[in-house]
Design a binder for this molecule. Structure first.
Ligand SMILES: [Zn+2]
Length: 311
């Protein structure tokens, strides 16, 4: 069984989960929003336009009240620019990318299961079960995965988790900015210097940690959807729910993941292994019935090759 191929049959390791477009769109939203935040901060601190700034050039000097005032203003800006003033995780703008990743995972798993079923004995099992063939129908347009209870639960969990993660990022950003302000006050830094330091934190903490969330969580949502599909199918045909782990196969793969490459895991175990920061690996539905000695040999060879790159 050859599984690491795209629909046209080409070996494709460029982007195992093929979620680059989703990640890119999510990250570009972060970029836009944090850039806007920096712009507001700069205007507040440096602009001579009095309608925007509390005073023309914001002087923190030795007045801690000014710092507090600024931090309260900053909180409002973060709520507005980063969160659209949303407090309910289910209504957060970034959910669209998370659900796109889930949909993509469902679609991909259905394709992979169907492809395996078409060429193998699994087809025989499926023929007698109309509900299964229904499940392996190609992903149709207008299929609203979020209305399926099994997916709405996982998606909502992911919405909450990522909402909190972003709150964690902005919380840390505020903490570091407050440190810069108090330190700036003590060391009598100019407002320009302080603004520069704050801008740097917005990039290094705000944007770069948010990017990490987008990269990690898109791939995770994609893989979790595939696991759910695999489990549904495994239950239908009464076989253990298993997946094969596939890395990107380049030298950037972490050693621990290179060891997992092309190995078979129970879906339960795979769930605990997925979601490491910036992981690009994917899982593919695996049915033991369809395995062959050749496929096993191919997997072990691929694993050795992958290990050579990272050891
Ligand atoms: Zn990985």
């Amino acid at each position: 069984m050859i599984i690491d191929h795209d629909i046209a049959g080409r070996l494709n390791l460029k982007d195992p989960t093929k979620t680059a477009a989703i990640r890119k769109k999510w990250i570009s939203q972060f970029r836009k929003r944090f850039r806007k935040l920096k712009g507001r901060i700069n205007r507040f601190l440096l602009d001579s336009d009095k309608s925007l700034a509390i005073n023309s050039v914001y002087q923190f000097d030795s007045d801690p009240e000014k710092v507090k005032e600024f931090l309260a203003w900053l909180q409002q800006q973060i709520d507005l620019i980063i969160f659209d003033n949303v407090t309910n995780p289910n209504l957060m703008w970034q959910n669209v990318y998370i659900s796109q990743a889930y949909e993509k995972g469902v679609q991909k798993a259905k394709q992979e299961i169907q492809r395996q079923a078409e060429v193998t004995a699994l087809l025989l099992l499926l023929r007698f079960d109309s509900t299964v063939s229904e499940m392996t129908q190609p992903f149709s347009q207008g299929f609203n995965f979020i209305n399926q209870p099994i997916y709405s639960d996982v998606a909502r969990m992911s919405y909450s988790k990522n909402f909190s993660a972003l709150q964690g990022v902005t919380g840390e950003l505020q903490k570091q900015i407050s440190r810069i302000l108090f330190d700036g006050m003590q060391t009598e830094k100019s407002t320009t210097e302080i603004a520069k330091l704050i801008n740097d934190r917005v990039d290094k903490i705000g944007l770069s940690r948010s990017k990490l969330i987008a990269n990690t969580e898109t791939v995770l949502a994609f893989n979790l959807a595939k696991i759910t599909e695999t489990e549904l199918m495994a239950k239908k045909i009464n076989v253990p729910a298993k997946v094969e782990w596939i890395t990107k196969g380049d030298e950037r793969v972490r050693t621990s993941h290179a060891y997992r490459n092309r190995k078979i895991y129970s879906t339960k175990r795979a769930r605990t292994l997925l979601g490491e920061p910036n992981c690009r690996c994917k899982v593919v539905p695996y049915f033991k019935k369809l395995d062959s000695p050749e496929a096993r040999r191919e997997r072990s060879q691929a694993r050795k090759q992958g290990l050579k790159l990272v050891l």
